[in-house]
Design a protein around this ligand. Structure first.
Ligand SMILES: NC(=O)c1ccc[n+]([C@@H]2O[C@H](COP(=O)([O-])OP(=O)(O)OC[C@H]3O[C@@H](n4cnc5c(N)ncnc54)[C@H](OP(=O)(O)O)[C@@H]3O)[C@@H](O)[C@H]2O)c1
Length: 290
């Protein structure tokens, strides 16, 4: 099957590139090769390559910076996915896309389902929601994976930042009143490839189109996640002190609780994701052995 991947150098894009290599006919493009702000180029690329599947792992992900760049965030996170959905519908192909827990306001007392009311608190969350809505309106064959707190052993993310800070300090203060599901790029790529294989085997139909929440199982806070990172990394010298979100004001507001319920994924495809703690161990082991 011919697959076109956007965002090939991001966390999820990198994991996907590694896993799809040799399994499919893959054209993987990063930002330097195609700027999603050029929506005409996005359409031309899809129509000329004629992939059976487009995977969009590219996004404007600078959550705080988006507050001062709403037009750019909207262009990359909403307008580009909209033209992807249109071009893919024209070809009769499929679009796999990623969205975020930040479409919710974080006031829930139990994990959010796909049917729960969305109410993003930030420019980033609103732009990602607009992307979901555009694909749902314009696309006919698509899967949107709503995920959260994505990280990998390399790149710009919480795990890498915490391990760097462990080399510089003995005590760290980390927010302990935001709850969510840390999710590895690897686990998300595994899930995506499982669905690509299902598609290749003719087992996905237009009726499967929709939003599916896809996070590593369980929940934690940033503070507890940091402690787990240090425990699994053998960095026992670091003390992690819990602090409230108010101790670290940021440009964008984040949901206090954004745990996602993944049951639809299991009920529809029999697929589930590892627990966040298991996925953390796997991420660190793979990095140490590479
Ligand atoms: N990271 C998270 O915590 C998180 C949480 C929930 C959902 N998600 C979603 O999961 C998906 C994958 O995220 P990720 O963590 O892999 O993000 P990431 O590591 O930030 O990767 C995003 C990629 O998009 C590229 N990109 C940005 N602007 C672009 C443009 N104008 N044209 C082409 N490419 C552009 C970036 O390239 P440059 O770096 O070269 O600009 C980067 O390689 C995204 O849809 C994201 O919204 C992420």
């Amino acid at each position: 099957m011919r697959v076109l991947l956007f965002g090939a150098s991001g966390q999820v894009g990198t994991a996907l590139r590694q896993q799809l290599y040799g399994r499919v006919e893959l054209l993987a493009l990063d930002h330097s090769q195609l700027d999603l702000a050029d929506t005409g180029a996005v359409t031309s690329q899809i129509l000329s390559y004629k992939p059976g599947l487009v995977i969009n792992a590219a996004a404007y992900t600078a959550v705080d910076q988006a507050e001062s760049e709403p037009v750019q965030a909207q262009r990359i996170n909403a307008q580009a996915p909209a033209v992807m959905a249109e071009a893919v519908a024209h070809l009769g192909s499929w679009l796999f896309h990623y969205s975020t827990d930040y479409v919710f306001d974080g006031q829930a007392q139990r994990p959010y389902t796909e049917q729960d009311t969305v109410a993003p608190l930030s420019v980033y969350g609103r732009s990602k929601l607009a992307g979901e809505q555009a694909i749902s309106e314009l696309g006919s064959r698509y899967l949107i994976f709503r995920t959260s707190w994505v990280y990998a052993a390399t790149g710009r993310n919480f795990l890498v930042t915490m391990r760097r800070l462990a080399g510089e300090r003995e005590t760290l203060q980390v927010v302990d009143d935001q709850w969510g599901g840390p999710t590895t790029a690897l686990a998300l790529a595994d899930l995506t490839v499982a669905l690509q294989q299902r598609l290749d085997a003719g087992l996905l139909t237009a009726a499967d189109s929709g939003i599916y929440q896809a996070t590593c199982a369980g929940k934690t806070t940033w503070c507890r996640f940091a402690r787990a990172i240090f425990a699994e990394s053998g960095l026992h010298h670091v003390q992690v002190e819990p602090v409230p979100t108010s101790a670290y004001p940021t440009a964008a507001h984040r949901p206090a609780y954004s745990v996602l319920d993944n049951r639809r994924l299991f009920q529809s495809f029999g697929l589930s994701m590892p627990s966040w703690r298991e996925a953390l161990k796997t991420c660190l082991e793979r990095n140490d052995s590479s």
